[in-house]
Design a protein around this ligand. Structure first.
Ligand code: PMP
Length: 402
């Protein structure tokens, strides 16, 4: 999560919202009118489609709850949900809790040396084989966590055509929480690529990454399909009922203010992108200097880095389960999932954290258990994050090199 707070226009909006008596009470279950109206205005431009604030927008407790809601409201026992692997770990959990079955299709193309995220591809014939009349949903994520891949309009258009042919019943849940964090390309909302994509897609967004307020937990779904939206709204009413009014009012103001000049940039979003791009370039170089092979991300704020076969980082990967952790477990200080005890990437990340003081996420968490063993992308990489202050990134670099 971002290592800094939100910009002043966001906190100022919160102070104003907190002083209004109206925000002390429940908001409308579909979302505060001010936020729905701001979302409708802003996304009509971005998605190039008319968006009705009354009908097409639903506010949620962050994108996480939007994803869980969509699964709970739409997926029934026996339904299949297709995930592109590696997949953000929350998806498989939400599908399982709804009684559905996840079906995995891999992103291919990671090289043994440095790879650009745009070289990762989804093989449409593999996706086609994974689709069936039981496919209820396909979950997409662009910009992608953990690889930083950003799907192009051409890729998404071909995918939309395949769904038309092979799975016309399939709902697309499109997780676009990193929409503004794109570096050498444009973000393409899946719903914007064709008329049928528009009909079948629930587009999920979050204020968390955009305004550096992950702790606020405010997200929203944009969907043109009335029947799907009705099911989501009913389920939302019985679980969450209503999202924090005061936060919604503040985010509504922030969405409008973000389109005006900020810190010498034409908009806040351009400032944000420039800041993240610099940090991306720095961390990509830092992991390369440490002898690792990065997947250079085109979006989001992660760098997946491959451990080379030799050198100091390789030694950490080969060191096995750290003895110091053994002690902490014996003392009852921590618990671990016993299934991860011998996992190479978990042990690499444990040793990086304990030995170098640089924490990373083990990518096998983004694969189903059957696809972890022997899978290079799952076992030979670590996921670093560059949403950190420059001094912290510099410190990480020097610790890598020690
Ligand atoms: N989707 C993806 C791909 C994410 O990486 C995250 C946060 N790590 C979320 C959704 C969750 O977003 P929120 O904080 O708004 O619940």
């Amino acid at each position: 999560m971002p290592g800094w707070g939100p910009p002043p226009f966001v906190t100022d909006a919160l102070v104003v919202a907190a002083k209004s008596p109206a925000t002390a009470q429940y908001a409308h279950p579909a979302g505060a009118p001010a936020l729905r109206s701001a979302v409708a205005d802003v996304y009509a431009k971005r998605m190039q489609m008319p968006i009705d604030a009354e009908r097409d927008v639903l506010v949620t407790v962050g994108a996480s709850q939007a994803l869980a809601l969509a699964c709970h409201a739409l997926v029934e026992a026996g339904d299949e949900v297709v995930l592109l692997e590696p997949a953000f770990d929350i998806y498989a959990g939400a599908v399982a809790m709804a009684g559905g079955t996840s079906v995995y299709v891999p992103l291919r193309g990671a090289k043994s040396t440095s790879t650009n995220a745009s070289e990762l591809t989804l093989d449409l014939s593999e996706l086609s084989r994974a689709l069936s009349p039981r496919t209820k949903m396909l979950i997409l994520n662009s910009p992608h966590n953990p690889t930083g891949k950003v799907f192009s309009r051409a890729e998404y258009t071909a995918l939309a055509t395949l769904l038309d042919e092979r799975a016309p019943q399939c709902v697309v849940l499109s997780d676009e929480v990193y929409e503004h964090l794109v570096y050498d390309c444009d973000h393409v909302p899946f719903a914007s690529v064709s008329a049928s994509a528009r009909e079948r897609t629930l587009s999920v967004y979050s204020a968390g990454k955009t305004f550096s307020i992950t702790g606020w937990k405010v997200g929203w779904i944009v969907a043109k399909n009335k029947a799907l939206m009705r099911q989501l709204r009913i389920a939302q009413q019985y679980v969450v009922f209503s999202v924090a009014s005061v936060l919604q009012e503040a985010v509504a103001d922030a969405l409008l203010a973000a389109e005006t000049p900020f810190e010498g940039f034409p908009t806040y979003y351009e400032w944000l992108r420039a800041r993240y791009r610099r940090k991306r370039d720095f961390l990509v170089q830092a992991v390369a200097d440490a002898g690792m092979h990065p997947i250079v991300p085109d979006g989001a704020f992660y760098v997946l880095a491959r451990v080379p076969d030799e050198g100091p980082v390789a030694a950490l990967a080969g060191a096995g389960f750290p003895p110091a952790l053994e002690e902490m477990i014996a003392n009852g200080q921590i618990e671990i999932d016993p299934g991860t005890r011998d996992s190479p990437d978990y042990n690499l990340c444990r040793n990086l954290t304990m030995g170098k003081g640089v924490a990373a996420i083990p990518p096998s968490a983004f694969f189903c258990p059957e696809h972890r063993e022997g899978n290079t992308l799952a076992e030979k990489y670590a996921r670093f994050a560059f949403c950190k202050e420059d001094e912290e990134l510099e410190e990480a670099r020097s610790r890598f090199l020690k």
